[in-house]
Design a protein around this ligand. Structure first.
Ligand SMILES: [Zn+2]
Length: 106
């Protein structure tokens, strides 16, 4: 299979400035797939969107709001699975925002 479309341009993460990547979700044979964009540094992720274009737009719009620059050590602290961003991530986007505000990242 060939794909002539260039990959969409993703802005860096607004929280840690790392590169982002596209996640494709396959829900099953009769269920439409979805897309999100995820940070490769702190794993901040957009909500699932029905189209790739929408997921990219959501990420790039949000990413323009407030770019931050964190050190690698600060990012490691944030993503501790039991207590850091990783734990908040499993509870959903609002928990992530709350966690990052508490940590003074945003
Ligand atoms: Zn990030």
């Amino acid at each position: 299979m060939t794909n002539n479309n260039p990959p969409p341009e993703l802005m860096p993460c607004p929280f840690c400035s790392y590169d982002a990547r596209i996640i494709t979700y396959e829900y099953g044979q009769d269920i439409p797939r979805g897309f999100s964009v995820e940070c490769t540094g702190c794993f901040a992720e957009t909500a699932h969107s029905p189209t790739l274009e929408e997921a990219v737009q959501v990420w790039n719009t949000r990413a323009t709001l407030k770019p931050a620059r964190l050190t690698d050590d600060e990012i490691k602290k944030l993503i501790v699975p039991e207590e850091g961003y990783g734990a908040a991530h499993r509870k959903g986007w609002n928990a992530c925002i709350e966690f990052l505000r508490k940590e003074g990242v945003i």
